[in-house]
Design a protein around this ligand. Structure first.
Ligand code: PLP
Length: 452
């Protein structure tokens, strides 16, 4: 049994939480999670809650997989740690690198391991700059990201991302620029979605020409922006981005920390978006979050320079290729493959979720719900209209997203609020019956929000 009040007291006395206003937290104290099973969590007050966010977009195979904990235990008993610096390697890391080369799109035969998505994106920054240096283009160092993109919390990750609040808090470095996000609901007025996709991709070309193509090393983007609010781009967007990158020979980095390993109904979101990136960032779903692991999949264009003629790459982490993390990933990826979770999201539970979630459009608070695989989002609006930009939004002081999020918790479902946008990314194992339960809980919470 957990003494919730005592835990909360210690928590508030000692634990600095990420992205948390501690003065506000001190009033009510943290929710203490104690157990997970399948798509459900239990807190220390005994509440059973459906996890609509897979922890933090990561618990793809659901909670309570004993085969993963056993794989971790076995590896800890055999070789809990050794580094992979210089000329040393270990079995799980080699096996995982081989498996990832098999699962990734064809040009990817190499992987660099980290412990997180942020470290992986830092690795990207150093890798693309090294790539151009080796080719003799020492000025070609600028990386272009997007407003509201999220690429992590290390200094370089925060700079690549487009969260103004993070830039304002010491998160900017030289050699990074940003363009707008392909948010049709926000910026597509007067255009079809297809037209807007071309226009939004065109912002990349404008930025490249403004900076000078000889200065631009790479473009980085999430196939579907996650933390920025589940922004699903028009189908024309990514192919046009690819065309522009090709035209100026700019490296394309797909940050697949959320979209990798099945979340969009493809092993990698790049496949769904029909792009051929040069580097792919991964983390989260590679272990379903059971232990930390991330990395960069390195395509042949970069590998042929960095590995074949690169000499030393002066970069690495103590935990690069951690044997325990790699053992967990191997078992997690076995589950994803054996249980055919990717094709389920593509053709069965994914389309079902989309239909059930989009039916929330009938709710008076909801405008333009949308889904792609197992991510989905809807806008909360004061007054609805046919086009989302004609809806009447809530005032920023209303804080309706956070109010709604509270009602979601009280109705036993975890949903995330990004401003007035409510988003979900449930575990890939969620069944149709559970999807109905989830959407029912969301509808009840929306009713409660309306009544407030
Ligand atoms: N990239 C994307 C797209 C993410 O969503 C995240 C985390 O949410 C990161 C990078 C950072 O990963 P981590 O928190 O493991 O450092």
């Amino acid at each position: 049994d957990v003494d919730t009040a005592a835990v909360r007291k210690l928590d508030s006395a000692h634990f600095i939480h990420p992205f948390t206003d501690h003065a506000a937290l001190a009033d009510k104290g943290a929710r203490v999670m104690v157990r997970g099973e399948g798509v459900y969590l239990w807190d220390s007050d005994g509440n059973k809650i459906m996890d609509g966010m897979s922890g933090l977009w990561c618990v793809n195979v659901g909670y309570g997989r004993t085969s993963i904990s056993q794989a971790v235990y076995r590896q800890m008993e055999t070789l809990p740690f050794y580094n992979s610096f210089f000329n040393t390697t270990n079995l799980p890391a080699v096996q995982l690198a081989t498996l990832l080369a098999d699962l990734a799109p064809p040009s990817f035969k190499h992987v660099f391991f980290t412990s997180s998505g942020s470290e992986a994106n830092d690795t990207n920054v150093r890798m693309v700059r090294r790539y151009w240096d080796l080719l003799g283009y020492k000025d070609r160092h600028t990386i272009i990201g997007r407003i509201n993109g999220y690429h992590g919390s290390t200094v370089a990750g925060a700079a690549l991302g487009g969260m103004s609040g993070m830039h304002a808090q010491g998160g900017m470095i030289p050699g990074v620029a940003h363009i707008g996000q392909p948010n049709y609901a926000e910026s597509g007025r007067g255009m079809t979605e297809a037209e807007f996709g071309i226009v939004a991709a065109g912002w990349l070309e404008e930025k490249i020409l403004e900076l000078g193509p000889e200065k631009v090393a790479a473009f980085i983007g999430e196939p579907v922006q996650g933390a920025g609010g589940v922004i699903i781009p028009p189908s024309t967007y990514w192919p046009e981005i690819q065309r522009i990158c090709d035209k100026y020979e700019i490296l394309l980095i797909a940050d697949e920390v959320i979209t990798g390993f099945g979340r969009l109904g493809a092993m990698f979101g790049s496949e769904l978006m029909q792009i051929k990136p040069d580097l792919i960032t991964f983390a989260k779903g590679v272990t379903s979050g059971y232990v930390p692991l991330g990395g960069v999949l390195v395509g042949s264009r970069v590998a042929s320079v960095l590995i074949d003629k690169g000499g030393d790459f002066n970069h690495g982490f103590t935990y690069s290729g951690h044997p325990v993390s790699c053992a967990a990933a191997l078992e997690n990826l076995r589950i994803i493959q054996d249980e055919k979770l990717v094709s389920a999201v593509a053709v069965d539970t994914g389309p079902y979720l989309r239909q059930a979630f989009c039916a929330l459009a009938s709710h008076p608070l909801v405008s333009h719900p949308d889904a792609c695989g197992f991510v989905a989002g809807l806008n909360l609006v004061k007054k609805k209209a046919d086009a989302v930009y004609d809806c009447e939004p809530f005032g920023s002081d209303d804080g309706v997203g956070m109010i709604c999020r509270g009602h979601m918790f009280n109705n036993g479902i975890i949903m995330r609020a990004v401003g007035d946008r409510m988003i979900i990314a449930p575990p890939l194992v969620m069944t149709k019956v559970q999807i109905d339960e989830m959407v029912g809980r969301i509808r009840d919470a929306l009713d409660a929000t309306l009544a407030d």
